[in-house]
Design a binder for this molecule. Structure first.
Ligand code: IMP
Ligand code: MG
Length: 173
């Protein structure tokens, strides 16, 4: 089967969008300390770029969520396969995700994190994909809105492929 990669965002456009997001985050937290919590694996590239643009003090942690479903959509059956390690009690937490699709992963995570009593929780995703949203969740920061389709590159994979592409593409089969 032939696969086509249709450009969505170039490396330069991604860089611009990350800078803009970082400026907003710095303004909003106004020198307050922040725990940046990345969701593995997809967010690691975006997170690495974002935190290097932040001028406020940050600590970094990761959580790994596995959702069982098809290769292109989440089932909503979510399991934590690596938990958080920092104490987020009474801290500001910024959850960093590669893409929000149905919203089920973020909804699950926000609910899970409540037990640690953070001071605040916000969500920052590089791509906000609106077509299949099933639950209303707060997307406080989004780099780019995509209405439909499946996107790869810049951390986003299809069956573990294309993650390391520096730009973002629509995957057309
Ligand atoms: P949600 O729970 O449906 O919001 O899905 C979140 C997860 O599904 C993301 O963290 C991605 O791992 C994966 N996902 C959803 N849409 C895409 C896409 O277009 N490209 C790559 N991964 C996607
Ligand atoms: Mg992901």
């Amino acid at each position: 089967m032939s696969v086509e990669l249709v450009p969505v965002l170039s490396r330069a456009e991604i860089e611009q969008k990350v800078k803009r997001l970082a400026e907003r985050v710095c303004r909003d937290y106004d020198k307050e300390e922040l725990v940046v919590l990345g969701i593995l694996k997809g967010s690691f590239i975006f997170l690495a770029d974002l935190v290097r643009e932040l001028t406020i003090p940050v600590q970094i942690d990761f959580i790994r969520l596995a959702s069982y479903g098809s290769e292109t959509s989440s089932s909503g059956q979510i399991q934590i396969t690596k938990g958080i390690e920092l104490d987020i009690g009474d801290r500001h937490v910024l959850v960093v995700e590669d893409i929000v699709d149905s919203g089920l992963t973020i909804a699950y995570l926000l609910d899970y994190l409540k037990q640690f009593h953070p001071k605040s929780i916000k969500v920052c995703t590089f791509i906000d994909k609106t077509e299949h949203r099933e639950v209303q969740i707060p997307v406080d920061y989004a780099g780019h809105v995509v209405e439909f389709g499946f996107v790869v590159g810049y951390g986003l994979d299809f069956d573990e492929k294309y993650r390391t592409l520096p730009a973002i593409y629509h995957l057309k089969q």
